[in-house]
Ligand binder design. Structure first.
Ligand code: HEM
Length: 430
């Protein structure tokens, strides 16, 4: 370590690296092993980056209190996503994913979810076999594109073209498959740029289909179109399409992975499945929350922009600019107190844990985060998961094709887990 290191010097986990920089069998296990050797707060030097990980109750509480102007979540997210996404997608955005939750927006997304479920059921037909996570992903694309990609983008050929392009451009690859980011860089992001051009071409058609007097500002797509209305045509088309693209990339992928795990867990728990299928939406939301907690694989990080203090309980570290302060949800969510490894929707009372007495801090467990950066989409996400679970399980009898509980992608270090193997389910209309 050098002069530009935290003071006092934290223990350094020599030999530990993150999967962007070194080959690791299991990214979460690698950090767990460093924690077992060095205690709750330690440094990791990986590639050109330095991380201060903290897992102590005081350290995690201090982490959630860090001020954005000194220790930035936005910058940390950007640094992670730019490993996969071309720089131009971040330049000059006018409507950001943070503008997704204005009044009335959620109602319109849920309406689009309803239509997307109708189309999903039509595609599934009366019986068959489908990959569960593939099904929820396609559903997410359909709901999202109907909500912000303009007329016609969630049906037919435009939909299929957009899905193919977004699967290539998928920003979550940056944390689901961190080990493939060196290859993305080596390829100069050519495949991603081609996918972005394809998205621009499809969205352009949607913009042309929207007459200027039909732009509806209560609709997200309308707000995006309006934000670019004063620009010359070529700038305008690309600007609109890139706003749509960043919103779509930032929004759906964790939600649909979480829905996949919620369905996995309900298929493993037939009594609870019946209760959800019968329409108990309050219970369905608690099931969704519980599955999301267990499937959390998130690295929570803050990029330090100006020196900042982190009080970990026994030591206060002065962390310099250039470092990243981080914690890792999968190392807390299932082990911060006894009994957290099992799936138990009754541990939640609405969106909070019913009993936190055994936890050294209630902030050690979360599905949607704590503090001012906690997820603005939590109510919408739980409502959407609940509606989708209820509808699918009410219409279909589903039988899992897996023999043991699905496992996450081992290298994944961020977001909600993705299953490493296909998860086929056979289904038949009830
Ligand atoms: C089940 C699905 C989801 C889960 C588990 C989830 C989880 C999280 C978590 C843990 C955080 C806090 C991260 C941190 O403190 O570093 C967060 C923040 C955020 N989430 Fe979600 N999220 C989900 C769905 C969504 C959706 C659908 C959107 C749509 C746009 C969204 C948008 C955001 C935004 C914009 C933030 C940053 C808020 C801020 O910095 O103030 N999330 N989410």
């Amino acid at each position: 370590m050098s002069a530009n290191d935290p003071v006092p010097a934290p223990p350094l986990a020599v030999g530990t690296g993150l999967p962007w920089d070194v080959c690791v069998d299991d990214a979460v296990a690698a950090i767990a092993s460093a924690r077992a050797r060095h205690g709750d707060t330690f440094a990791v030097a990986s590639g050109n980056d330095n991380y201060l990980f903290t897992f102590s109750p005081a350290g995690v509480e201090a982490f959630y209190r860090l001020p954005e102007d000194k220790a930035s979540k936005g910058v940390a997210d950007y640094l992670m996503l730019r490993r996969k996404l071309p720089d131009e997608i971040f330049d000059g955005r006018r409507l950001l994913p943070t503008s997704l939750f204005r009044r009335d927006d959620v109602a319109s997304y849920l309406k689009n979810l309803d239509c997307a479920l109708t189309e999903t059921v039509a595609e599934l037909g009366p019986d068959g076999t489908v990959d569960l996570f593939g099904l929820t992903r396609r559903l997410g694309h359909r709901m999202g594109l109907a909500s912000w990609a303009g007329p016609g983008s969630a049906q037919g050929t435009p939909f299929d073209r957009l899905v193919a392009a977004f699967e290539t451009l998928d920003g979550s690859d940056a944390f689901v498959h961190p080990d493939s980011m060196a290859a993305v860089a080596a390829g100069g992001k050519q495949a991603e740029r081609a996918a972005l051009d394809e998205i621009v071409a499809v969205i352009e058609t949607a913009v042309h289909a929207t007459a200027s007097d039909q732009v509806d500002e209560s609709d997200l797509f309308g707000r995006i179109v309006r934000a670019w209305s004063q620009e010359p045509d070529d700038v305008r088309m690309r600007g609109i399409a890139l706003d749509v693209a960043l919103i779509h990339i930032a929004s759906m992928s964790n939600l649909m992975a979480a829905l996949g795990w919620a369905l996995v867990d309900l298929l493993e728990h037939p009594d609870e499945q019946k209760r959800v299928a019968s329409g108990d939406s309050e219970f369905a939301q608690r099931c969704a929350l519980e599955s999301t907690r267990l499937a959390q694989r998130s690295i929570m990080s803050r990029a330090v922009l100006a020196p900042v203090d982190l009080d970990t309980g026994d030591v206060i570290y002065r962390v310099p600019a250039g470092w990243t302060i981080a914690t890792l949800l999968p190392l807390l969510n299932t082990s911060a107190a006894p009994g957290l490894r099992t799936w138990d929707p009754d541990r939640w009372q609405r969106h909070r844990l019913a009993d936190t007495a055994a936890l050294p801090s209630p902030m050690l467990v979360t599905a949607f985060g704590h503090g001012k950066h906690s997820c603005p989409a939590q109510p919408f996400s739980l409502a959407a998961m609940s509606v989708a679970m209820t509808r699918l399980l009410n219409i279909y009898e589903m039988t899992p094709g897996w023999t043991s509980y699905p496992k996450p992608v081992p290298a994944q270090i961020g977001g909600v887990a993705r299953s490493v193997d296909p998860c086929p389910v056979s289904y038949v209309r009830r």
